[in-house]
Design a binder for this molecule. Structure first.
Ligand SMILES: NC(=O)c1ccc[n+]([C@@H]2O[C@H](COP(=O)([O-])OP(=O)(O)OC[C@H]3O[C@@H](n4cnc5c(N)ncnc54)[C@H](O)[C@@H]3O)[C@@H](O)[C@H]2O)c1
Length: 294
């Protein structure tokens, strides 16, 4: 079995949720960590907890939507540890107003979502993969996508479109590396419902991307339902466990649940048979996933 001890992992969005879960799991394997996040205090708190358990941790406040900041993160990682082995492009956000139709999705929501959820992943690929190839030997890139990058239809179009595009970019990375028989593995992590801080993403919206008139929220009853579903989600530690296995097994698509399969199936069937789609609602499939776990 692959020994991770002493290897170096870089994780973006490491201060909370799935990123923090991966940091804890990798630390338990004896890995050295480079943790990045846009929120300095929770980032430092996460690092302190892991250092108290004996882990070697470098932190760097990083906005993944900024290409230069991600380059600086890669510089810092190699400067500190001399090597990088696992890169988790994980930072992500869901703009508020999830349950409004696409024509009510503000341009600022598109800009923010594409900047973080798509370009954050692209910047991670561009800053780390050439250096991983030059370094030589085994490495693995884990890009956090979502089942929202697999299914389609109504709800959170700016999030879903960015995740679909991030998956396409990750598939390109996989294929380009496979074409050169690279020892670098790739995993597209597609979680279903995970109990994290993602529902409170607005805490990280840049002041420059607030729509005129403010962020439009959703119907409170809808949000209450969403919070209930989230609370019954997988724990980040469970996802981190699956990620460790996927890295060891060089598994590309890591979909943490089957609850959204009928959404994938409907989309593919409609495309392949040239008929019009009848997309199952993402919120309904999320509810089904949570119900199955209760
Ligand atoms: N929670 C779920 O149900 C779920 C499902 C599918 C996919 N995901 C994806 O998992 C990833 C992690 O999200 P999470 O659920 O752990 O949420 P979270 O809010 O708990 O954690 C996300 C972290 O990313 C950081 N972040 C936000 N914007 C950033 C930026 N511009 N630069 C750097 N860091 C930034 C936040 O500060 C936070 O610490 C995201 O890509 C998200 O889309 C989550």
């Amino acid at each position: 079995m692959m020994d991770f001890a002493g290897k170096v992992a870089v994780i973006t969005g490491a201060a909370s949720g799935i990123g923090r879960g991966m940091a804890e799991r990798f630390a338990a394997e004896g890995m050295r960590l480079v943790l990045a996040d846009i929120q300095p205090e929770p980032l430092e708190a996460t690092a302190e907890t892991l250092r108290a358990q004996g882990a070697k941790v470098l932190t760097q406040v990083t906005d993944v939507s900024d290409a230069g900041a991600v380059q600086a993160l890669a510089d810092a990682a190699w400067r500190e540890f001399g090597a990088v082995h696992v890169v988790c492009n994980n930072a992500g956000i869901v703009p508020g107003a999830r349950y409004r139709p696409i024509w009510e999705t503000a341009p600022e929501d598109w800009h923010w979502s594409l900047g973080v959820n798509l370009m954050g992943v692209v910047h991670g690929i561009q800053s780390f993969v050439p250096r991983l190839r030059a370094q030589g030997g085994w490495a693995h890139v884990v890009n956090t996508i979502s089942v929202a990058g697999l299914v389609s239809g109504t709800n959170s179009p700016a999030y879903g479109a960015a995740k679909h595009a991030a998956l396409r970019a990750t598939e390109a990375l996989y294929a380009d590396l496979a074409a050169e028989n690279s020892p670098i593995g790739v995993t597209a992590l597609c979680p279903g419902v995970v109990s994290t801080g993602i529902g409170n993403s607005e805490r990280n919206r840049p002041a420059t991307l607030v729509p005129e008139g403010g962020v439009r929220g959703d119907d409170p009853a809808m949000m209450e339902k969403y919070r209930g579903i989230k609370a019954a989600g997988l724990m980040p530690a469970d996802v981190a466990e699956m990620v460790v296995t996927a890295i060891r097994e060089r598994q590309f698509y890591l979909v943490t649940t089957t609850a959204f399969d009928r959404g994938v199936q409907e989309r593919m069937d409609a495309i392949l048979t040239r008929r019009n789609p009848d997309f199952p609602d993402i919120l309904v499939m999320s509810q089904e996933e949570s119900n199955a776990r209760k």
